[in-house]
Write a protein that binds this ligand. Structure first.
Ligand code: FES
Length: 169
């Protein structure tokens, strides 16, 4: 299938979607990966993205919205340029994950799923991110940071502010 001219996505993402629907025996299996790629492309899942994905997968918009509301890693509002996801699940909780989360809240002046006024950072309290052996841990976009202390968090935040965060190099 050729890339649709009416797509709201970048050419690259639209081409990726064209390919994705050919990879699964059932089209709707491409739904979650498609939503994740859409989020990377647009920053969050817009109503337009829901409509286009539904159309591409021969689904109703309601079907897409129900999956969208199920997965906490999918957003329907813009996040900051750097999205801090602090784990407070059991291993992290036992090693001061809540202290780290509270420190981030104080440091950034925002709460769960909020964005700083300059749009640079957003914050989320999340479940296990798979770094339990090195708890407490957090993820900034796709970068992992572990064995955190409040001091380490301060350095990480300053690095991103100054354009030295992992993702910025
Ligand atoms: S419990 Fe925090 S990474 Fe697993």
């Amino acid at each position: 299938m050729a890339t649709e001219k009416t797509t709201i996505f970048s050419t690259e993402t639209a081409a990726r979607f064209d390919r994705l629907v050919t990879l699964y025996p059932v089209k709707r299996s491409a739904l979650v990966p498609m939503l994740l790629y859409a989020q990377d492309d647009l920053g969050y899942i817009t109503p337009g993205a829901v409509a286009e994905i539904a159309q591409r997968l021969d689904l109703r918009e309601n079907d897409v919205e129900s999956v969208l509301s199920y997965y906490s890693m999918l957003r329907t509002k813009p996040a900051g340029k750097y999205n801090l996801q602090v784990c407070t699940n059991i291993s992290c909780m036992l090693r001061d994950g809540y202290g780290i989360y509270e420190h981030c809240k104080k440091r950034l002046g925002i709460g769960h799923k909020e964005v700083t006024a300059d749009g640079l950072f957003s914050l989320e309290e999340v479940e296990c991110i798979g770094a339990c052996s090195w708890a407490p841990a957090m993820q900034v976009n796709y970068d992992f940071y572990d064995e955190l202390t409040p001091e380490k968090v301060d350095v990480i935040i300053e690095d991103y502010k100054a354009g030295r965060g992992k993702e910025t190099v």
